[in-house]
Design a protein around this ligand. Structure first.
Ligand SMILES: [Zn+2]
Ligand SMILES: [Zn+2]
Length: 209
């Protein structure tokens, strides 16, 4: 698996490019901003983006999605429970004082436990609501890799005081869907440092096993 993760403005969302070294197919997860930077990375790695996946529809995770789709032709994928948030992008930008960039509607609705195929790489989309109603985590078992979006952070969890946030739901998602994964699974979080499932299970300040 080819993977590159880097933070993008305006809020330092971690954007990931995951590619199959054999077929050169790739997905981009959470293009939160700086589309030219993301496209430059994709080109430098010689990859073709087939899908653009979103862990959730907070503005800082999809402000570059429209530009990415326009250039690559890739499908925009989202869990349907986050469509109301996607549709209030302008309101979200205004509330956080960030310039509004319109995004086209999602093209494809992700489902819980849906298989993800990137060339020869297999993954699973996990519905992990709580931070938002449609929050997803993307698991790649063979690579022991989880992209958790804003559901799980190193030492913390996503805030649940924004639109549709639910503490009980995020706690249940983390316990039942994430802490049940192999403890050596590396976790790419939505913002900041990466972590591991085993580490969070034992030391997370909010949800422990
Ligand atoms: Zn968020
Ligand atoms: Zn975020």
């Amino acid at each position: 698996m080819i993977r590159k993760t880097f933070s993008v403005p305006p809020l330092g969302c971690n954007c990931s490019i995951i590619g199959d070294p054999v077929t050169k197919q790739a997905i981009v997860v959470d293009p939160g901003g700086a589309p030219e930077r993301i496209l430059q990375e994709v080109r430098a790695m010689g990859l073709t983006v087939v899908s653009i996946l979103h862990t959730h529809a907070h503005f800082d995770h999809f402000l570059a999605s429209g530009a990415m789709k326009q250039t690559t032709g890739a499908l925009l994928c989202l869990h349907p429970d986050d469509l109301p948030l996607w549709d209030m992008l302008e309101t979200q930008c205004r509330m956080f004082g960030v310039p509004y960039v319109p995004a086209p509607s999602p093209d494809y609705w992700l489902k819980d436990d849906e298989r993800l195929s990137i060339g020869e790489i297999e993954g699973v989309a996990l519905h992990t609501p709580g931070h938002t109603p449609g929050s997803m985590s993307f698991h790649f078992p063979a690579a022991k890799l989880l992209l958790a979006g804003d559901t799980l952070f190193r030492g913390g969890i996503g805030r649940t005081d924004l639109w549709g946030g639910d503490f009980d739901a995020i706690e249940q998602s983390i316990r039942e869907r994430l802490y049940t994964l192999d403890e050596q699974t590396a976790v790419v979080t939505g913002h900041g440092a990466e972590t591991e499932i085993g580490r969070e299970r034992e030391t997370n300040a909010f949800v422990r096993a």
